[in-house]
Design a protein around this ligand. Sequence first.
Ligand code: NAD
Ligand code: MG
Length: 394
Amino acid sequence: MQKLTVLGATGSIGISTLAVVEANPEQFSIYALTGHSQVKKLVEQAVKFRPEVIVVGSADLAKEARTLVEQHQLNVEIEFGEQALERVASAEGVDTVVAAIVGAAGMRSCLAAARASKRILLANKEALVMSGQLFIDEVKKYNACLLPVDSEHNAIFQSLPLDYQQGYLDKSIEDYGVTSIILTGSGGPFRETALEDLPFKTPKQACAHPNWSMGQKISVDSASMMNKGLEFIEACYLFGVSPDFIEVLIHPQSVIHSMVRYQDGSVLAQMGQPDMKTPIAHTMAWPKRITSTVEPFDFVKCSGFTFQAPCQERYPNLYLAKEAFRQGQEVTTVLNAANEEHVDRFLKGQIAFTDIAKYNARILEKLSPQKACNLTDILEIDKQARSLAHELLN
Ligand code: NAD
Ligand code: MG
């Protein structure tokens, strides 16, 4: 029986995780569920999954949760705030931490899980993009086990030999005959939109992803392909490769979740329905397999697979991310922070869709961050980038 803490339980990934738990009740139990502001949903989850602890965002929200918990006569501790997230991510007795908070807000709890030598199922890509090698080094130092949930990285991981998978952070992918990684992406809802119409796209249109059902932030990132940019950086850190090692390919059907090329000409891919329950179940059971409840993919019914190269004019954010990685850790921290701020403004209707990339580029141009040697530096750079974004927007 694995005991789980699910950080971001009320989000899209959190809900999918709990569906996999529900399908495999004899293998998993829940220690903690966290939900920031969605108190009602979190308490409903607690009624069903009986965690020992729930964590919300503030003292007021904890009060709200207390009332609901009493109504349900539930025996659960209620905690709040960032330190509580770190505590449940590192608590004794917890085997696995599902890192499914969105954005930089999840970084400290990810690090806490690493330092407590947990098995970390990483969905929160921003945490890795923001802290990069520092996070990987902590995982190695404390002998934690980091497994990629992001469907592309999970596909790449699955397309590599088991011998590589075990302790992969210390291994070189090239020693296994790999010549490149092919990161696939759907191209998002605006793949065929006329370029001149892009500035008028609304948050609702940006969030209507053709294949995946996801949280708002990642949906907007998918539309701008910043998501692929963040994933590009994520892949460089996870698999210890340089940018030249990664090809990005648009595959609108989202059935091939990514691929690995080998020196003998073989290309291995992982395929399936575009449903995050598959990579989540894979990481939950790794190196074994469990049911995920995802329907088998029907090849006969599918209309075919197509591919195209991404175009810089349509997806400037992807190119900003590649360039940021080349410039160094600090610059990816800046880009991640700027993008979070700008996506937030776009979702609030304050800036246009195309402004996200334009303003991200402006921050990269104006801010020359100091070298990041530790977590304090990272948090300082993140703060600088956010305040510059606010300053320029106001
Ligand atoms: P979501 O918006 O649906 O859920 C986010 C979760 O984080 C919620 O539980 C919310 O309560 C919590 N949260 C938000 N702000 C917080 C804060 N300040 N402090 C603490 N908790 C906070 O997002 P999602 O789509 O589930 O994505 C979660 C993460 O997984 C993101 O990093 C995303 O990039 C990644 N991811 C998601 C998908 C997907 O299909 N949804 C796929 C791959 C990777
Ligand atoms: Mg992904």
